[in-house]
Design a protein. Structure first.
Length: 54
């Protein structure tokens, strides 16, 4: 309850964006391989940013 108003850190925000992009890439992998590869690339770029923050 006390964590209700706690803001997410930049690392947590990037992590959620990373997971969202990977889910999109997985769902697109059966229909549009090119778009799936693009989403995977974007997720990798976000992971690089996360590693720089650590």
């Amino acid at each position: 309850m006390f964590g209700l108003f706690k803001k997410k850190s930049e690392k947590e925000i990037l992590r959620s964006e990373y997971e969202k992009l990977l889910k999109e890439a997985y769902s697109l992998s059966t229909t549009n391989r090119k778009l799936s590869d693009q989403k995977t690339f974007e997720a990798d770029e976000i992971m690089k940013k996360i590693e720089q923050l650590s």
